[in-house]
Ligand binder design. Sequence first.
Ligand code: PXG
Length: 434
Amino acid sequence: MPQNLDAYWMPFTANRQFKQAPRLISRAEGMHFWTPDNRQVLDSIAGLWCVNAGHARPKIVEAIRQQASEMDFAPPFNMGHPKQFELAERLVELTPPGLDKVFYANSGSEAVDTALKMALAYHRARGDGSRTRLIGRERGYHGVNFGGISVGGMVANRKMFGTLLSGVDHIRHTHDPRNAFSKGQPEHGAELADDLERLVALHDASTIAAVIVEPVAGSTGVLVPPKGYLERLRSICDKHGILLIFDEVITGFGRLGSPFAATHFNVTPDLMTVAKGLTNGSVPMGAVIAHQKIYDAFMNGPEHVIEFFHGYTYSGHPLACAAALGTLDTYADDGLLTRASKMAATFENAVHSLKDMPNVIDIRNMGLVGGIELAPIPGEPGKRAFSVFLDCWEKGLLIRTTGDTIAMSPPLIIENKHIDQIIGTVSDAIKRAA
Ligand code: PXG
């Protein structure tokens, strides 16, 4: 145990509360974490929606170890190293046809800001530079950088930070209480995509560069797209020449039962952001996967001139590339990019078995994602779910709560016995939180 917890300012954490009763984890393997005093904790959230293959997978560990000794760093500008190219090729084999160009970042937040910049620069490169507006969606989460919080729609992440980017607007979120306790995609709400037509009528399509959405919204509490919604959004974007960006930071790499949400729903965006499961959470990495037409639009100036003035010191870092290659091998070895589809029915029945527990007001699910929404304690939003979180932690289960929704996103290697343990522990905790 560390002697002093004072110096570390923790992210997205109630620091004072944590430091009074710290929760430390110091080892991980497979489906589990262990505390410094060797208590085993089942991981129902894949770390933070990222450790899709489970913890400490040998091929990933070995790839990182090997790369660290072979070459620690390579300058990313004007130089390349083999694994950057190899990884990009492996990624575009998994993405829908057309999404053929990979640009590296170091997190989901950086991938999002990169994609937004690409969208703006794409239109300008084509001589359509009046398309400067970016459209997000209410309740969206796209990381914490200025672009991401501007198009994002979670008020706590926005309100403290001034005026954000200008020229941003939002379409309505897709949560509709009529859909409560839907299994998989809800019936009602495809027409919510038409809200984009409202913004087109207000701003004119000629001013709109791109729309960004999470295919399944995670951080806001698991909102599954209504049937037909993503297809409709795609067709409205096409009609008006607006780029569609899927933020697949959570949905990418098998979470829904297909490699990506785009493949799962059979709706192809123009740009896709990924992170998290790209390296199984082992080394920070994000990426934008762009349609060939976007890349091509940049490739028309003099050949000695940089086409896109953007990039990070750590874009395509050797350790991250090695980790990602080890991750893709592990996913392939174990069939993990489609395993969630095999486990989905069992997982769905399990989470929906909590329907009659006290204060459960909605349950939403898709693939290996589940959201269990609790009625807030009047005047104290978030407190009931957080007490469930603390209770589960005491009983050896790590869950994640956002507002009063419990979000589950277990490693894709999950077995039935783990599902039983999760549901049993959560159900007892919900009873105690009544
Ligand atoms: N886009 C989406 C859709 C995300 O879910 C990001 C971007 C940002 O990624 P980075 O790597 O910059 O954090 C995310 C991150 C939660 C939770 O509790 C989810 C995320 C981050 C923190 C908490 O659901 N997702």
